[in-house]
Design a protein around this ligand. Structure first.
Ligand SMILES: *[C@@H]1O[C@H](CO)[C@@H](O)[C@H](O)[C@H]1NC(C)=O
Ligand SMILES: *[C@@H]1O[C@H](CO)[C@@H](O)[C@H](O)[C@H]1NC(C)=O
Ligand SMILES: *[C@@H]1O[C@H](CO)[C@@H](O)[C@H](O)[C@H]1NC(C)=O
Ligand SMILES: *[C@@H]1O[C@H](CO)[C@@H](O)[C@H](O)[C@H]1NC(C)=O
Ligand SMILES: *[C@@H]1O[C@H](CO)[C@@H](O)[C@H](O)[C@H]1NC(C)=O
Ligand SMILES: *[C@@H]1O[C@H](CO)[C@@H](O)[C@H](O)[C@H]1NC(C)=O
Ligand SMILES: *[C@@H]1O[C@H](CO)[C@@H](O)[C@H](O)[C@H]1NC(C)=O
Ligand SMILES: *[C@@H]1O[C@H](CO)[C@@H](O)[C@H](O)[C@H]1NC(C)=O
Ligand SMILES: *[C@@H]1O[C@H](CO)[C@@H](O)[C@H](O)[C@H]1NC(C)=O
Ligand SMILES: *[C@@H]1O[C@H](CO)[C@@H](O)[C@H](O)[C@H]1NC(C)=O
Ligand SMILES: *[C@@H]1O[C@H](CO)[C@@H](O)[C@H](O)[C@H]1NC(C)=O
Ligand SMILES: *[C@@H]1O[C@H](CO)[C@@H](O)[C@H](O)[C@H]1NC(C)=O
Length: 707
């Protein structure tokens, strides 16, 4: 009985299954003609199965394909034009693949039903045809970001009227679009997100954008957009993010910005905006991020009342023309994590009210006119969560506080990772309280008037990996303890380093070794370095230097170091920059130094080195200026400047370092070295090696004189 029922059910079920419509034949053929080949595992698309059950495919009740959804599938090649035959497709998501070529679609009939088109993160190129947008009447989401589309963004006036009223998301960012932003956005009554950042767009933002009142995000960074930000922005009361950074906008921040009470992020940095900040800005009480750096804003900062910005996490007013003193009303913004006021004209002192900012983690007041460094340090030591403190270019000619250890609580600066007090011309010695900052990773005391020696305890700081002490009057030797710096000697420490994003980037100005100003968004990316240029250090470079295996830059230039360059320097296998110029080093450049495969900047100029310049490896890339001022150095690189035998320009005599040099040499000839013989350039005579000291023979050219 029971089995009978079962059989009935089975028969019924199989009948039902065969009645069920199979995938539409046209759709099936079209899909197969697309010839998609995915990376592992391959797509299970095959003639013998119903295409509605293929990976990435969904069908409607009439078995027409509605979804083609294959993100992150390693698809490559181009899209075959026949994709246009999928006339019922609503959702096309091919994001994060390697597809390329233009969108050459045979017919745009598919477009009519299309609601979602996500082609982001591919390599599509070519222009976007406006006929596409004329037909697309149901489009809600269009994301073509991170491709190589070019040409202009099609004018919205040519878009299908119906779709303009349904569009919610438009993302054109990270392409090669150029020309102006098209007008007609104002008719996109439901548009919430508009992104077109990092293209080559120019011109101003069309005024009618202010009619698109559903907009929550306008994100157009990294273009060449110009003109003023229109007052109409005040109509966009749903706006929560306005990102216009890195463009050429000018003029004032409009007064109506204060109407944007939902605004959370206002990023206007790196433009040419000017004038005073509108008081109404303080009505944007939901602001979390306010970034106005690198503009031309001015005004007395202490005259603004920031206390309404309860939610503010990050404020960057750096690189402007603000005056006045530190705005104390900021200390009412209890959520503040990062404050950057660098490069303005702010004066006065840091006051104890700042301690109210318990979450403060990043404070930069670099390049202003603050005074009383003793007070500033004493107060800021109490900021429990402070990780980055940048005070450079202030406090001119004051004395660096070196308080009695006992006066300083052991909780002082307990979380500090970066301390910058460079370029202040401050006097005094490297302060002993630094020894307590166990988490310190980066120390900048460069360009001051620091005297005394490098304290050995600096080498015991467990996390220190970037030490910037150049342009001071530090004397004494390079302490051996310094070669025990754990973060530079043991990789584990580096691995432990925090890879998280900084709240605001760290700007490191160019040095002789780093040729460009650098911007670091992670502390982790800062190359481990010791900069000691231009001090009065003496003695020899300790052989223990070889322990600092994770060092990337070593700059000992412009000191009085003597002795030889230790062989162990070749153990610094991560070294990218090595500057030993302007010292009193003698002896030879260790040949093993060519094993430093990452070395891209090197100088031993103006020492008293001699012998062969190592050749090969990176040494083929350094200019002769890296070696100049060492008359006894020789090698192909210095062929024109110097050699073993230096011919004095006026006396016409060889100013040989070795007075025993023989007459044959004195009288001329030598042209070069080939396999151990010097070949006379005129006579062609060969001089056997044994007649010359090794370092002399290996030298490159010496010109024949007196012809
Ligand atoms: C697509 O449709 C066109 C006609 O519109 C037809 O000629 C072509 O064969 C179709 N291609 C596929 C793969 O079905
Ligand atoms: C599909 O791709 C294969 C190799 O990937 C190629 O041999 C074949 O010609 C392609 N088919 C079409 C219709 O382009
Ligand atoms: C193809 O793969 C998908 C998932 O990867 C699976 O859900 C589907 O059942 C498979 N279809 C066939 C016909 O094997
Ligand atoms: C496309 O797929 C990716 C990966 O699943 C997803 O993150 C993205 O949101 C999808 N696109 C759209 C518009 O839904
Ligand atoms: C567009 O796609 C990219 C990558 O898939 C994604 O990061 C971005 O958030 C998407 N844009 C919108 C507005 O969702
Ligand atoms: C949009 O609608 C207007 C009239 O409402 C019409 O004049 C115009 O041609 C339409 N535009 C498109 C692209 O269909
Ligand atoms: C919206 O479209 C209509 C008709 O197509 C047009 O008259 C109107 O000027 C448009 N509005 C905006 C703000 O672009
Ligand atoms: C802003 O909105 C008001 C009323 O909602 C309207 O009168 C005004 O024209 C709009 N401004 C712009 C620039 O669109
Ligand atoms: C800020 O908002 C308040 C009330 O919401 C209003 O009275 C005041 O005028 C606004 N201030 C500015 C400068 O717009
Ligand atoms: C700033 O504004 C708040 C009210 O929002 C007020 O209580 C405070 O006194 C003002 N501070 C200054 C310095 O004007
Ligand atoms: C900064 O403001 C001063 C006057 O306060 C002005 O003289 C100077 O030109 C301004 N600098 C810039 C770069 O705008
Ligand atoms: C420096 O600041 C400290 C702490 O705020 C204060 O006690 C001291 O009086 C200040 N010194 C000067 C010269 O203003």
């Amino acid at each position: 009985m029971n089995s009978f029922v079962n059989i009935i059910v089975l028969v019924f079920l199989s009948l039902f299954a065969t009645l069920d419509q199979a995938c539409n034949q046209i759709d099936q053929e079209t899909l197969l003609s697309l010839n998609f080949s995915a990376s592992n595992p391959p797509l299970n698309w095959s003639f013998s199965t119903d295409c509605c059950f293929w990976e990435g495919i969904k069908c409607d009740s009439k078995a027409r394909v509605t979804h083609l959804w294959l993100p992150y599938r390693g698809l490559s090649g181009s899209i075959y034009p026949f994709i246009g035959n999928l006339t019922h497709l609503c959702h096309l998501n091919l994001s994060h693949n390697h597809l390329s070529g233009p969108l050459a679609i045979n017919s745009f009939s598919l477009v009519i039903h299309l609601e979602t088109l996500d082609l982001s993160y591919n390599s599509f190129s070519g222009q976007f045809l406006s006929s596409f947008f004329q037909l697309a009447e149901n489009l809600i989401t269009l994301n073509v970001s991170h491709n190589m589309f070019s040409g202009s963004i099609p004018s919205f006036t040519s878009w299908n009227n119906k779709s303009l009223s349904s569009l919610k998301i438009l993302d054109f960012s990270y392409n090669d679009f150029s020309g102006q932003l098209p007008p007609g956005l104002g008719n996109c009554s439901k548009l919430q997100t508009f992104r077109a950042g990092f293209n080559y767009l120019s011109g101003s933002i069309p005024d009618d954008i202010s009619a698109a009142t559903s907009l929550q995000e306008i994100s157009l960074p990294g273009n060449q957009l110009s003109g003023a930000i229109s007052d109409g922005v005040g109509n966009l009361t749903s706006l929560s993010m306005l990102d216009l950074q890195s463009n050429k906008f000018s003029g004032l921040i409009p007064q109506d910005i204060g109407k944007l009470t939902n605004l959370k992020s206002l990023q206007l940095h790196t433009n040419s905006l000017s004038g005073f900040l509108p008081q109404s800005l303080m009505n944007c009480t939901n602001l979390i991020t306010l970034n106005l750096r690198i503009n031309n804003f001015r005004g007395d900062l202490s005259a603004y009342n920031f206390s309404t910005l309860h939610n503010l996490h990050t404020i960057d007013l750096g690189n402007n023309n603000f005056t006045g003193s530190f705005p104390l009303t900021l200390t009412s913004c209890k959520a503040l994590i990062a404050i950057r006021l660098s490069r303005n004209k702010i004066v006065g002192q840091i006051s104890p009210e700042i301690l109210a900012l318990e979450s403060l983690s990043y404070l930069s007041i670099t390049n202003n006119n603050f005074s009383n460094i003793t007070g500033a340090i004493r107060i800021l030591m109490g900021c429990k969560n402070l990780r980055m403190l940048l005070l450079c270019k202030n406090f001119f000619h004051e004395a660096i506080p070196d308080e009695n250890q006992r006066a300083i609580s052991s909780y002082a600066f307990q979380n500090l990772l970066v301390l910058g007090i460079g370029d202040c011309e401050i006097k005094g010695q490297i302060p002993t309280w630094l020894a307590r900052l166990k988490k310190l990773q980066v120390l900048d005391l460069g360009s001051n008037q620091i005297t005394g020696s490098i304290p050995g305890w600096l080498g015991n700081m467990p996390n220190l990996f970037y030490i910037d002490l150049p342009y001071n009057s530090i004397s004494g030797e390079f302490p051996k303890e310094f070669c025990g710096l754990r973060a530079l000697a043991l990789q584990e420490v580096k691995n432990r380093a925090d890879g998280s994003q900084l709240q605001l980037p760290l700007f490191v100005p160019k040095t002789k070794i780093a040729l460009y100003n650098q911007q670091y968004n992670k502390l982790f990316s800062l190359p481990p370095a010791i900069y000691l240029r231009n001090n009065s250090l003496n003695g020899s470079i300790p052989i223990e230097i070889g322990n600092l295996k994770f060092l990337h830059v070593l700059d000992l230039s412009l000191n009085n170091f003597s002795g030889e360059i230790p062989d162990q320097i070749s153990q610094l296998t991560n070294l990218e920059g090595l500057d030993l110029s302007e010292n009193n080093l003698h002896g030879e450049i260790p040949l093993s130094i060519i094993d430093l495969h990452f070395l891209s900047s090197f100088s031993v100029a103006n020492n008293d080195l001699q012998g062969q310049i190592p050749s090969g490896g990176q040494f083929l890339t350094f200019p002769s200026s890296s070696f100049e001022g060492n008359p006894r150095l020789c090698g192909d690189i210095v062929q024109r400047q110097s050699s073993c035998y230096f011919i004095h320009p006026t006396t016409d005599e060889l100013a040989s370092p070795n007075e025993s040099s023989n007459n044959e040499l004195r009288n001329g000839i030598i042209a070069g070295v080939v396999f151990g013989f010097i070949i006379g350039s005129v006579s062609g005579m060969l001089y056997p090696l044994h007649r010359l000291k090794l370092w002399q023979t290996l030298c490159a050219w010496i010109e024949r004189k007196g012809q």
